[in-house]
Design a protein around this ligand. Structure first.
Ligand SMILES: Nc1ncnc2c1ncn2[C@@H]1O[C@H](COP(=O)(O)OP(=O)(O)OP(=O)(O)O)[C@@H](O)[C@H]1O
Ligand SMILES: [Mg+2]
Length: 417
């Protein structure tokens, strides 16, 4: 049996629609469509009509390629308005046989989930990180187990009402159902991370266009995240000023020159490249000058990231986590970036990380610009660990099916629909 799954990543540089076909548990990408980014500010939907117009183009292209019509999509959500709360709760199991039942799980989740939200915010995602039965942790579904005491560690994400509504409005106007809305930091594990890395401590840096999303995982869970309002655009914009060139030309120069360095890691002296100025003339620029502009912006972004990590209670995080840093997003392709980071900062880079267990269209799977969309597709295959407010397509056969049913009830109880 085959199932069609679709994903939409609304980035500040481009919109991407992906269509995947799930056959006997194997996911194959069968359609891809891109549209230009529109109607967003730092990742947040501010003009739903503009977003819809461009997203429609992306979706139509993907549908044509896959020769299919999509009726529901998984969508990512990002932006500085997202907030995470972690709550723990405990209940005692008083049935005579001490077997944990569905109602006990509901009770403990209900307790953990009873958080006050401000009037202009809503809870959009819940992730039961783990249950404990009599102090024994690492349990994803405690129903049927025996014990006296049940604890849960619940992560809850809230979003600004208007940002969430605008996102839903733009996607629904495409004539599709929103299958789920997944906070971007919860997508990375599906696309890029291994469990042991998440246990040891790993940092995802999604170096995009208008934003850089940073997500820190430790002891198997998302520890913190931040959407920084800087990205590849800023590198390009810095070059437009330095070179007196337009954005398109500066973009070309950025991609061609990158962090141009010699084998010894020094910026190369003397090598030049031709740049077309706004006034029309073509002028030779020293590549070293270009590289210096790019590297000083990168240094600033790294400082912002380590500022975010400061104070994180991580083992051996000084300031970067033990297993390493996974770089993704289009700007991760800046040539020389990896070696620049390794040489100048005390960090381990986990390179060339692509989503595993995905087939088809190699150039998409291996391109870091598509990792969020691919992670969403994988989320859609049902192996998810958290639940979005809108998840309706949960398979009863799913491993943690019952817990998810309860969570869904719980999110419903928050009267968020
Ligand atoms: N080869 C390259 N070298 C340097 N930068 C590149 C390269 N290819 C793409 N980029 C940059 O990647 C950025 C776009 O990245 P990406 O596609 O991940 O953005 P996005 O997901 O749309 O945006 P965001 O995640 O910030 O909302 C652009 O700034 C672009 O210039
Ligand atoms: Mg992105």
């Amino acid at each position: 049996m085959s199932t069609i799954i679709s994903a939409l990543d609304l980035g500040t540089d481009k919109f991407v629609a992906l269509i995947g076909e799930l056959v006997d548990g194997d996911l194959e990408v069968v359609g891809v469509g891109k549209g230009s980014s529109a109607g967003l500010d730092k990742g947040i939907v501010v003009n739903p009509e503009e977003v819809a117009r461009s997203a429609q183009q992306a979706l139509n292209k993907a549908e044509r390629m896959a020769a299919t019509k999509v009726d529901s999509v998984h969508v990512g959500i990002t932006g500085a308005h997202l907030e995470m709360i972690e709550k723990n709760a405990t209940v005692s199991i008083s049935h005579s046989d001490r077997t944990i039942r569905q109602e006990d799980v509901l009770r403990v989740l209900d307790l953990a989930g009873s958080v006050d939200t401000k009037p202009d915010r809503r809870l959009i995602y819940a992730h039961p990180r783990q249950f404990f039965v009599d102090g024994q942790g690492g349990i994803s579904d405690p129903i049927g187990m025996k014990g006296k005491r049940l604890d849960v560690q619940l992560q809850i994400i809230s979003a600004s009402d208007s940002s969430f509504d605008n996102l839903l409005r733009s996607v629904r106007s495409l004539g599709v159902t929103v299958a789920s809305v997944v906070p971007q930091p919860f997508i990375y594990p599906h696309a890029l991370l291994k469990e042991d890395e998440m246990d040891q401590g790993v940092l995802v840096v999604d170096f995009g266009g208008g934003t850089t999303e940073v997500a820190l995982f430790s002891e198997g869970k998302l520890e913190k995240f931040r959407t920084l309002p800087v990205g590849g655009f800023h590198l390009t914009r810095d070059l437009t000023v330095k070179l007196n060139a337009d954005f398109e030309e500066a973009e070309r120069v950025k991609k061609e020159c990158g962090l141009h360095r010699s084998k010894e890691g020094k910026f190369m002296q003397g090598e030049k490249m031709l740049v077309q100025l706004v006034a029309g003339e073509r002028v030779q620029f020293d590549k070293k000058e270009i590289t210096e502009v790019l590297s000083s912006r990168i240094e600033e972004i790294v400082e912002m990231i380590s500022g975010e990590l400061d104070g994180s209670q991580l083992p051996n995080a000084d300031p970067f986590p033990l297993a390493g840093v996974v770089l993704t997003g289009g700007s991760a392709q800046l040539s020389g970036l990896g070696s620049f980071l390794k040489d100048n900062y005390d960090l381990t880079l986990i390179e060339e990380r692509h989503p595993s267990q995905v087939e088809g269209l190699r150039d998409i799977i291996e391109d870091p610009r598509y990792s969020v969309a691919l992670g969403l597709l994988k989320y859609g295959t049902g192996k998810r660990k958290g639940i979005s407010l809108l998840d309706r397509d949960l398979d009863a056969k799913e491993k943690s099916g019952k817990v998810f049913q309860i969570l869904r009830k719980l999110l419903g109880k928050f009267r968020l629909f």
